[in-house]
Design a protein around this ligand. Structure first.
Ligand code: GAR
Length: 201
């Protein structure tokens, strides 16, 4: 099984979906640690309730972004993590971090990238007026939501959608897509060809 680490900042519903899929035997991975950059993250409580190792590393306690990134990478290495999954982790990771986990950091974003990167992606989609949105799981590079795309799921935008109703429709797809991608990675079926990601059947 693939040893994974999950980075969180808030609610933790994607962390829960991944943990549930692993517990159900659907994904050949094991969660070595759940780490938050915010001590009050609900995700930490939920992880502990599942018996997972979960702790906070607070950026304020480090002298620089580089020092924080290095501490985060060191903590994940210490837990034996080989794949890092960002699940609502609201910080950009620098090269110091990414160099420690080449090709092994993934993120989920609530839009069809490259549309609507960054914050409030669901609100951005509504304001732009697109008729479909969705979610994207991608490899993380040093940019903001710019890395190679592994998988996407599409949802319709409805006439009466608010950012909240659209976010809920997208979230349901996130919870299906993210465990599936981790399964593919754990099975060694994902190959990077330039910017294109091939998933072997
Ligand atoms: C999810 O919708 C995720 O896609 C989004 O934050 C939410 C976290 O929810 N991530 C981003 O916007 C990253 N730019 P969760 O904590 O319940 O998984």
């Amino acid at each position: 099984t693939l040893p994974i680490g999950i980075l969180v900042s808030g609610r933790g519903s994607n962390m829960e979906a991944i943990a549930a899929a692993i517990e159900a035997g659907e994904v050949p991975a094991r969660i070595q640690a759940v780490i938050s950059d915010r001590p009050e993250a609900r995700a930490l409580e939920l992880a502990r309730e599942r018996g997972l190792k979960a702790f906070c590393l607070a950026p304020g306690e480090y002298p620089s972004r580089q020092a924080y990134d290095l501490a985060l990478a060191t903590a994940l290495k210490k837990e034996g993590v080989e794949l890092v999954a960002l699940a609502g982790f609201m910080r950009l990771l620098g090269r110091e971090f990414l160099e420690q986990f080449p090709g092994a950091v993934i993120n989920i974003h609530p839009a069809l990238l490259p549309a609507f990167p960054g914050l409030n992606a669901q609100r951005q989609a509504l304001e732009y007026g697109v008729k479909f949105s969705g979610c994207t799981v991608h490899f993380v590079d040093a940019g903001m939501d710019t890395g190679p795309i592994i998988a996407q799921a599409v949802v319709p935008v409805r006439n009466d959608d608010t950012p909240e109703t659209l976010a809920a429709r997208i979230l349901a797809e996130e919870h299906r897509l993210y465990p599936r991608v981790i399964k593919w990675l754990a099975e060694g079926r994902v190959e990077l060809r330039g910017r294109r990601v091939i998933v072997r059947s």
